[in-house]
Design a protein. Structure first.
Lengths: 312, 338, 199, 439, 190, 193
């Protein structure tokens, strides 16, 4: 007699899988990655390679030690590694990329139980770790045009009020300005972001509200100058952060209401840190701070259970 | 060189503050005194702090408070009589007999002997399995073997072997956590020393019972007939032992054709008369259910050990402690399982 | 017997690494080995003396106001020690001065007064104080050594550089996050070792 | 055309093409039927026949075991062979086994009743109770109970559930096409019992022909409105349907009656007309036998008590790679272990999936993507309930309201990590409900 | 009531003992402490104005006058060799990166820096803290505060110092404190 | 700080120089009382109350006892005595008068005496030369900062409650790692005042 399979319902599943989602993120990052390699050459390629390999290896080693199934083919470690690399300046030494990956995967992710269990964005936390630990090295921005050590990123100029020295809007959009290797080209990032939206990997709330809040906030705080506000969203990783990092599932609220609070909060913090803080770069801290607030936000904005209050 | 004048103010102010605060605190603690029964703390200290809930209270401290409020002192199953005594001492009452120790028992020997009727895919826990048509075992009372009971046992008293859960009686504290956890409700509490147990709860009838599981009770009633103490009955198609009557003679075990009765045969004993003590009162002979004790009044009696079933009755009845129980070492009857 | 009173605090009941009390200074001042040692030794002195005194005074310390009494004793000692050091060892004061007031509120001292000195004889209490203090010092030394080496690549003691490693300076290690991180990793290692021993 | 809907839910591939366009055929009769005494929610029915008794089609063979219970009628004529216990989906169920004599002799009780104008509301309710009509949309709740709302909760809206949001199944769809007038008849009877003035018939927009058929059948009656609904799962869930049609929310832990609504499936509705107009109790229904694991998918009129094997044979047998047998649809149906068990009043579908379709991807770690949360039509956070349930932290799971889960399976369906969400939520739900009962 | 009195008296006893001990210790240590504090300041003064052999605090009124415009300046002394004023030393408090920093600055009468030292500060170790290292403060002697010392992140020009990498804030703050002595040179000299 | 505006004082005390995450004061209760959000919030409330009270009283003690009689060296002894007595007094009174509040906060009170944050605030108030108003604002803000940190921390710990954390990291290590990451994030506020 034939023995049938018996499971609990439902008996069919959607086609999306974790690997597929992560693959989509990688795909979406390809334009920015390609541009980075084009602008900074082999250095960038090496840096990207090293961070990815280090991230994947750390993940595998941690899982091996813990005698858990090794899940590196879910590609999440690749995403972390890649995003970390894109957040580093081109002049960053390779060991730093590797160290960052180890920090991201070991301290920020695996120690909390692995994929999805971490409360803070691994790539970003690693970037902050590196920025705080090696401020000199993390300031090694190269000018893509000359390959020389560049004076200042647009944001640093903005911070110091040297608006006249700021690069042109077009340069910022295309990415031929100095900055982390993956954050400078708003165009490439936008392309990837739209792809993610189109593929429904991410939802609109976080990127749209985050970027809009930064725009409005800058407009209000920097003398009602729309041009400065536009510049502020085109530079300094707002697009990278908004589309790829603030949207990280594990570290942002799982529900619509929460995401709205998260996005607006991150936008406000970005502007405040840029304006009043010691660091010219607000996005990464803003997102990390909102990551820390996420459990509390989730608690406070939990969806209303059907049939409890509300409409009759 | 030392200016004593300079010392005045510090002393006055510190002294002032001291007396003020001391007074204030003393005053406050009198005025705002709240009685807190110190005995609860004492009791809590002697409780084992397993916080297992076996006593029926959420955590040891709550039980301690309940005791102070009049709850009985012997509710802690983990601590057993010893703790009950300590608690009783604190409360100034006699420890009520803490009762016979009971241990949990999984009444299923199925596991690898029991047939699966489908391929289960899903969460590997008994409760989850049970939600899917009662789990893959064809027998509806079969242990599912995912060890939900093992997970809740804080005392490491449950092991999984051959696909069934088994209680390690020595470790079991009788907290009943497993009884509550088992979705199949096949764990019950039995007296600690009980050796002969029916390890099946399947009450179906029909050929498929045998097909579904080779060690199931098929309600053939042979055990019922074999028992000389009216201790085992087929109730609702499954054999059930009345432990208050059972003498652990293992007669039922010997006749069971499927092996659903479990007993450790090495514990089988036979009686032997200690000749120096025997005064020939005949009490043993009168009580022996198999009539294997013979002897004249005022003569030393004798046990026919081939007939003795090791029910211990004579041992218990003998007024002179003239009966000894010795292991029935001869393995001649060791059972070939069906 | 007495010896164990002394050694308990060193390893088995190490206040910092096992009992996890008095964490503030552990995190705050372990940026350099020098600070770690300084703070540690100051605590040894205060802890030993306050334990001794609390124990001596326990017969006339009423339960209800014991906490105020303990803190008076502790605070008095701390202030006296602080004043004496500043007066007679100005150099030591220069490096330790900041930490002295912090000792008052170090939970270890009150914790030992409560948990040990109040119920034990003077000699035991003194030994306990010394043991706990040394355990604390040892823990501080471990943590500060790690932080200093990673954070600055060197170890400086009393103005002289003991050694300099050719490694990049991980500044975060001497910042607040590094303090938490270093302690977390040390505790994890200890836990790991303990688990292995049990297994 | 205004399309209404609810919040949440998922878009599931419909897979209805296999049977959608196929007219319903009458299934051949099995040699033996096995009629279970538990085909409904509530107390099982009690057998009122004994082995060797002759029975006729439509004869009561099981009497309701209480108010929340239902009569059960013989679906064939013949002789009672035996009455015994069968393990059906894990439950011991009393089954009356009847040898079919293939005579199709109707029992004398089967006669047409009076017309709607001659019957009072309570007459109709009495007839419905007699007929043993239970919810045929899946849950099998005795209809007369639904039609007996408490005094203080007057019913003002009747909703007929023609959504059929389950993929693969087309039995309700076919019924609406083929028996639209009977459905309207049945609806009118029920509206009279609870004296409501307004009724909606909700139909998903992916069945435009059914919408048309029902619209024209209902055209003479102003009180009946056909509501086109978005094709989204679980549109047919009672609470979702009510919300979509009326914007009323059934309170958490409450019943439709609490907000003045009664919902009945189209087949249920038609069964009412069958009994009152024709005198025929619930002894047969349409069943979609479909899926990738069956040779010839069909919609068939089947007798209650037909062994599944017979249905399969009728559809030319299983394919070689068939792997999973599901009573009901793929989202809410129960997978069953074998083909020997019988169909019931609620068997609207028998779905057989082949190896490929039955394969469920490997469960991996939850990535907290929140899709399950967006999908949940009840506003729950399945990810957390499940997480805590799997860790056996029911205290924490309970804080996330597992009891409100309607077990629709949207969350499990959508989860990219293939987490066993509903399954673990069910465990938590059971646990919490049992605890509450104890307290 | 008796209880209240008893507890109060016990605490009184402890309070008095404590006060007594502290008071005594304080008196014993007052002298040496004042001395060592003065000594420390003097040592720093000597370091920033190596050629002087005596430091004479300026009059209160003068100090107050200067503080009106430069509140950061805490103390000013004239640096003298054999009674001749050769320059000034000032102790200032400024806001650095991590809070207040104390800086001791020495200048000659023409406004050339003779030396600077950092006192108590809370700058980040490894960054701002580097300002207390010779590599940083040795840049100052000889620079001219009248025209104002500048801070440069890359290549310092004349009368400019090289900022500490990654700690421009600290570098600027220290330089500002130095430049503030311009007022002293100009006012006190008059 | 003496001249800082109230807003600056607040921002500084809550965010930039957060007592727990950057000054390392009050770590023991921070680690010990943060397993559940409710407990953490309760602790936070108790701390806000006690710290503000202590700030005010010690300010008076400083202004009208220590300074006029030139016995600043008695500062620590006197402050700590005041704090200890205050806490104990509050505890005893609360237990009687508001038993519900006591059962919510009371268990934390004894812990607060041994919390260096309280003395820390009192000493800082003096160091910054604050007047009464600023003392109150600063004390309260510090306590709010503590509460913010502990509540955030607890909400994170609660979420991680049933996570598959490596055995060696369970308990304090993971808590410290969370604190470390929080502290990294709070570095973003550096320089804001
Ligand atoms: C998730 C879910 C989906 C459902 N889908 C349908 C459906 O498509 N069609 C239907 O008639 N009933 C469906 N039901 C059952 C309805 O909720 C409701 O019980 C039924 O329509 C009431 O009618 P009945 O009692 O006559 O069956 C569904 C229930 C749930 C929980
Ligand atoms: C105890 C109980 C009482 C019920 N009473 C009513 C009722 O008074 N009115 C009603 O419309 N439905 C009533 N129902 C039916 C349910 O609302 C619902 O239709 C049934 O459980 C099937 O719904 P489903 O298929 O969506 O799960 C009752 C159900 C239960 C379990
Ligand atoms: C943790 C940390 C501590 C810092 N400490 C200081 C400091 O003590 N002094 C300082 O001037 N800059 C410090 N900075 C750097 C400032 O944030 C700011 O970037 C810098 O002063 C600008 O200098 P730059 O123009 O050379 O980059 C620190 C940065 C970090 C990340
Ligand atoms: C939309 C999306 C965004 C992601 N962003 C990040 C990110 O910013 N940083 C990161 O380390 N991993 C990111 N990941 C990968 C993965 O989710 C991350 O490693 C988890 O946080 C690990 O639990 C992202 C994944 C997805 C699907
Ligand atoms: S076996 Fe059962 S009753 Fe015995 S200790 Fe374990 S859980 Fe408790
Ligand atoms: S819980 Fe019950 S079914 Fe599961 S393993 Fe234990 S005894 Fe067997
Ligand atoms: S859909 Fe799955 S992966 Fe996404 S949050 Fe829910 S459980 Fe986690
Ligand atoms: S939690 Fe329940 S109601 Fe919500 S989507 Fe999952 S199964 Fe449906
Ligand atoms: S709270 Fe600071 S040492 Fe304990």
């Amino acid at each position: 007699m034939q023995r049938f399979k018996v499971t609990s319902s439902p008996h069919i599943r959607d086609v999306d899988t974790v690997t597929r989602l992560m693959g989509d993120v990688i795909l979406a990052l390809l334009p920015a990655t390609a541009l980075a390699v084009y602008l900074y050459g082999l250095r960038a390629l090496l840096l990207i390679g090293v961070t990815i390999v280090a991230a994947v290896a750390t993940e595998a080693v941690c899982q091996k030690i813990r005698q858990r199934p090794i899940t590196i083919n879910d590609l999440s470690a690749v995403v972390t590694g890649l995003l970390l690399a894109l957040n580093l300046p081109a002049g960053a030494p390779l060991w730093m990329g590797a160290l960052g990956s180890i920090f991201a995967i070991f301290i920020v992710k695996q120690v909390f139980g692995g994929l999805g269990e971490n409360f803070m964005n691994p790539a970003l936390a690693a970037r902050v770790f590196l920025a705080v630990s090696y401020p000199k090295l993390m300031g090694q921005y190269l000018d893509p045009a000359t390959d020389a050590l560049s004076a200042a990123t647009p944001l640093a100029l903005l911070k110091e009020g040297q608006l006249s020295d700021m690069p042109s809007m077009l340069d910022s959009f295309l990415g031929t300005v100095s900055g982390s290797i993956g954050e400078t080209s708003a165009a490439a990032l936008l392309l990837g972001g739209l792809y993610l939206l189109f593929r429904k990997v991410i939802t609109w709330e976080i990127p749209v509200l985050f970027i809009a809040t930064v725009f409005v906030g800058t407009f209000l705080l920097y003398g009602f100058d729309a041009e400065v506000a536009l510049m502020a969203i085109l530079s300094g990783g707002v697009f990278l952060g908004g589309f790829f990092m603030a949207t990280d599932y594990a570290t942002s609220p799982i529900h619509f209401n929460g995401r709205i609070v998260f996005a607006i909060g991150a936008g406000i913090l970005t502007v405040l840190i840029r304006r009043f803080g010691a660091y010219p770069e607000g996005v990464m801290f803003a997102i990390l701070l909102m990551n820390s607030f996420t459990p509390a936000i989730e608690k406070l904005t939990a969806p209303r259970v059907f049939g409890t209050g509300g409409a009759k | 060189m030392i200016e004593f004048k300079e010392l005045v103010m510090p002393i006055v102010s510190m002294g002032g503050l001291g007396i003020a605060f001391g007074g204030l605190l003393a005053f406050a603690s009198q005025k705002f005194e709240v009685k807190n029964d110190p005995r609860a703390d004492e009791i809590n200290a002697v409780l084992p702090a397993a916080n297992c809930g076996g006593c029926g209270y959420p955590g040891c401290m709550n039980y301690a408070i309940a005791v102070v409020d009049g709850e009985e002192v012997n509710k802690c199953t983990v601590g057993g009589p010893k703790v009950a005594e300590q608690v009783a001492a604190i409360m100034g009452v006699d420890a009520v007999d803490a009762g016979d120790r009971k241990v949990a028992r999984v009444h299923c020997n199925g596991g690898v002997n029991a047939v699966d009727e489908y391929d289960y895919q899903g969460i590997l826990s008994c409760r989850a399995m049970n939600l899917v048509s009662g789990g893959p075992k064809a027998c509806k009372n079969g242990c599912l073997g995912c060890g939900d009971c093992q997970d809740v046992c804080q005392f490491g008293a449950i092991k999984l072997e051959n696909g069934v859960a088994e209680i390690i009686a020595e470790n079991c504290t009788g907290c009943q956590a497993c009884v509550k956890a088992c979705p199949k409700q096949i764990i019950t509490m039995i007296p600690a020393g009980q050796n002969t147990v029916v390890d099946c709860m399947n009450n179906e009838i029909g050929a498929h019972v045998k097909r579904n599981c080779t060690v199931a009770c098929i309600a053939c009633r042979r055990c019922e007939k074999a028992c000389r103490f009216d201790a085992i009955h087929v109730i609702n198609n499954v054999a059930v032992i009345d432990y208050s009557k059972c003498t652990d003679c293992m007669e039922c075990w010997e006749v069971c054709p499927t092996g659903c009765i479990t007993a450790n045969h090495e514990l089988k004993v036979v009686a032997e008369v200690i000749e120096e003590n025997c005064i020939g009162c005949t009490i043993c002979a009168k009580n022996c259910p198999t009539e294997c004790i013979s002897g004249e009044l005022k003569q030393v009696h004798k046990v026919d050990q081939t007939e003795c079933i090791g029910c211990r009755i004579c041992y218990e009845k003998c007024p002179k402690d003239a009966i000894a129980l010795i292991p029935k070492a001869s393995p001649e009857k060791l059972k070939e399982t069906a | 017997m007495r010896l164990t009173t002394l050694t308990n605090g060193l390893v088995k009941d190490n206040p910092t690494l096992v009992q996890l009390v008095g964490m503030c200074p552990v995190l705050a001042i372990t940026t350099t080995l020098q600070n770690g040692i300084g703070m540690g030794l100051a605590v040894v002195v205060v802890l030993a003396l306050s334990n001794l005194l609390v124990s001596l005074c326990r017969s006339f310390t009423p339960e209800r106001i014991r906490i105020p009494i303990f803190v008076i004793i502790i605070a008095t000692f701390v202030t006296i020690v602080g004043l004496l050091i500043e007066a007679f060892f100005p150099a030591l004061h220069k490096s330790l001065g900041l930490f002295i007031p912090l000792i008052v509120v170090n939970c270890i001292i009150l914790a030992r007064a409560e948990a040990f000195a109040f119920t034990h004889g003077p000699l035991d209490s003194l030994l306990d104080g010394i043991g706990m203090g040394l355990g604390f010092t040892g823990a501080l030394m471990i943590i500060s050594l790690i932080r200093e080496i990673l954070g600055t690549g060197a170890v400086v003691l009393g103005g002289t550089t003991l050694f300099q490693l050719p490694i990049p300076q991980t500044i975060s290690m001497i910042l607040p996050p590094g303090a938490f991180l270093a302690l977390a990793l040390i505790l994890a290692v200890i836990n790991g070792l303990r688990n292995r021993k049990e297994a | 055309m205004e399309v209404r809907s609810f919040k949440g839910g998922v878009h599931v591939p419909h897979s209805k093409g296999l049977t959608e366009g196929k007219e319903t055929v009458v299934c051949s009769q099995p040699k033996t039927v096995f009629i279970p005494m538990r085909q409904h929610i509530g107390a099982p029915a009690k057998p009122v026949v004994a082995p060797k008794d002759p029975v006729k089609k439509g004869q009561v063979i099981g009497e309701a075991g209480g108010f929340v219970s239902a009569n059960i009628h013989s679906s064939v004529s013949g002789t009672v062979k035996k009455i015994h216990t069968m393990k059906i989906m894990g439950l011991d169920t009393t089954v009356i086994e009847i040898d079919n004599d293939f005579q199709e002799t109707w029992h004398e009780s089967v006669t047409p009743r009076a017309g709607i104008d001659q019957l009072s509301g309570s007459d109709i309710k009495g007839l419905i109770q007699e007929a043993g009509i239970v919810g045929m949309g899946g849950a099998g709740f005795p209809l007369h109970v639904k039609l007996s709302p408490p005094e203080n909760k007057p019913i003002d809206i009747f909703i007929v559930n023609g959504t059929e949001c389950e993929p693969y199944l087309t039995c309700d769809h076919r019924l609406m096409l083929e028996e639209s007038d009977q459905i309207i008849q049945g609806l009118l009877f029920m509206m009279k019992t609870v004296s409501v003035k307004k009724a909606y018939i909700g139909i998903e927009v992916n069945k435009p022909d059914a919408i048309d058929a029902m619209t024209s059948a209902a055209a003479p009656y102003d009180s009946i409105e056909i509501v086109p609904l978005a094709a989204k799962y679980p549109q047919g869930g009672e609470k979702q349907l009510i919300y979509a049609c009326t914007k009323r929310e059934v309170p958490s832990g409450g019943l439709p009656a609490d907000i003045g609504v009664v919902v009945a499936n189209v087949a249920t509705t038609k069964a009412v007309a069958d009994y009152i107009v024709l005198g025929q109790p619930v002894i047969e229904r349409i069943c979609s036998v479909t899926g990738s694991g069956i040779t010839t998918p069909k919609n068939m009129w089947i007798k209650v008590g037909t062994p599944l094997q017979h249905l399969i044979d009728e559809c030319d047998g299983l394919t070689n790679d068939s792997a999973k047998l599901i009573m009901g649809g793929p989202m809410m149906g129960n997978a069953v272990a074998g083909t020997e068990i019988p169909s019931t009043k609620t068997t609207g579908g028998l779905l057989i999936l082949n190896e490929a379709d039955a394969k469920i991807g490997e469960t991996v770690a939850c990535i907290k993507c929140g899709r399950c949360v967006s999908a949940c039509p009840v506003g729950l956070q399945p990810v957390y309930i499940s997480h805590f349930s799997l860790q056996d932290r029911m205290d924490l799971a309970e804080q996330y309201h597992p009891v409100d889960c309607i077990e629709c399976g949207s969350c499990s369906f959508i989860c990219p990590a293939n987490r066993p969400l509903v399954h673990s939520i069910r465990v938590a739900k059971r646990h919490v409900m049992e605890n509450r009962r104890k307290v | 009531m008796k209880d209240i009195l008893r507890l109060g008296l016990i605490l009184l006893g402890f309070g008095i003992m404590s006060a007594l001990l502290l008071g005594l210790t304080y008196q014993v240590t007052l002298e040496p402490i004042t001395q060592s504090r003065a000594l420390a300041d003097q040592q720093n003064q000597q370091l920033v104005s190596p050629e002087a052999d005596a430091f004479v605090p300026v009059e209160e009124s003068v100090l107050a006058g200067i503080r009106e415009t430069n509140p950061g300046i805490l103390e000013i002394a004239e640096a003298q060799t054999s009674g001749q004023t050769i320059g000034y030393v000032a102790k200032s408090a400024i806001n650095g990166f991590g809070g207040q920093m104390e800086v001791m600055v020495g200048v000659d009468r023409s406004g050339k820096v003779t030396g600077i030292r950092l006192g108590n500060h809370a700058e980040t170790p490894g960054l701002g803290d580097n300002a207390s290292k010779p590599e940083f403060y040795e840049q100052f002697p000889g620079l001219d505060i009248i025209s104002g010392i500048g801070v440069n992140k890359n290549e310092p020009g004349p009368n400019e110092i090289q900022a500490i990498t990654g700690a421009t804030v600290t570098s600027r703050a220290v330089t500002d404190a130095v430049n503030a002595l311009k007022a002293v040179v100009e006012e006190v000299a008059r | 700080m003496e001249n800082a505006g109230l807003f600056t004082i607040i921002v500084s005390a809550i965010l930039v120089n957060n007592f727990v995450l950057s000054r390392f004061l009050g770590i023991c209760p921070f680690l010990g009382m943060s397993k559940k959000v409710e407990t953490a919030a309760g602790m936070g409330m108790a701390v806000i109350f006690v710290i503000t009270m202590a700030g005010i009283i010690t300010w008076f003690a400083n202004k009208y006892l220590l300074v006029p009689f030139q016995m600043e060296y008695m500062q620590i002894v006197m402050y700590i005595l005041i704090i200890a007595a205050l806490v104990q007094f509050v505890e005893v009174v609360l237990k009687k008068i508001l038993p519900t509040l006591y059962s919510a906060l009371g268990i934390f009170l004894p812990l607060i005496t041994t919390n260096c944050a309280v003395l820390g605030v009192a000493l800082l108030n003096d160091q910054y030369n604050f007047g009464l108003l600023k003392t109150i604002v600063h004390s309260a803000a510090v306590a709010v900062g503590f509460t913010l940190a502990i509540v955030l921390f607890a909400s994170i710990r609660e979420k991680l409650e049933a996570n598959d954390i490596p055995k060696a990291f369970q308990g304090f290590p993971i808590a410290l790692i969370i604190a470390s990451l929080l502290s990294f994030a709070f570095l973003g506020f550096t320089g804001m005042v």
